[in-house]
Design a binder for this molecule. Sequence first.
Ligand code: TYD
Length: 228
Amino acid sequence: MAAPLSRPGGGRFVTFEGGEGAGKSTQIKLLAERLEAFGLRTVVTREPGGSPGAEIMRHLVLSGMGKLLGSATESLLFAAARADHVKLVIRPALEQGMWVLCDRFADSTRAYQGYAGQVETQFLDALERVTIGDLKPDLTIVLDLPVETGMRRAAERRGKGAPDRFEGEAVEFHQKLRDAYRQIAEREPERCALIDAESEPSVVAGRVLKVLHDRLLSPSAPAEAIRA
Ligand code: TYD
């Protein structure tokens, strides 16, 4: 059922989540092209990063420096980046009625630092209160696929380059991530949609569009216009 558009100006906040090699950036790019063709103003952004200050934090955490400090302190670094990104990019775009498509958001901290990194839930709750406040995504697409497939895709993507901070973690860590995302999607079915991401990108894109149409577009938007 299509939900009424509730944000001023009709913008929407859509986040994409998933483990390594799930295909988030490919799917975001395809969705942004489709939304723009449909006449919706769209901003594509990512975490960690998305604003100049947060991009600096991105280099810090992905270099592996945060690992030396432990998962709780590492989550503070992600939180600092998120606070800047929300304030400078996400909130202003939503206030202007734009659609914001974000590659990872607070669920990544829940999955990577919380579930896989064993940082306490109450600590992460407190960080969310100060970084994002009442800013919940309208829709979170969780791209789900077997760990082996995701890790193989991530390895193909980076070629001869070294794995980053999280790509280099053991298979068990990545399995925990998958479990975490499945739990998040199960716990919040109204916000999250778990999508099988093992198929061809065009097939997965079709599934994403169907969820988006069913959950977010106004009843007046013809399904064939957005899904064609
Ligand atoms: P990135 O190169 O963007 O990876 P991906 O293509 O998989 O999204 O690197 C971001 C990494 O940071 C990724 O391994 C997930 C991790 N991460 C966290 O651990 N916590 C967070 O809150 C966020 C936003 C990302």
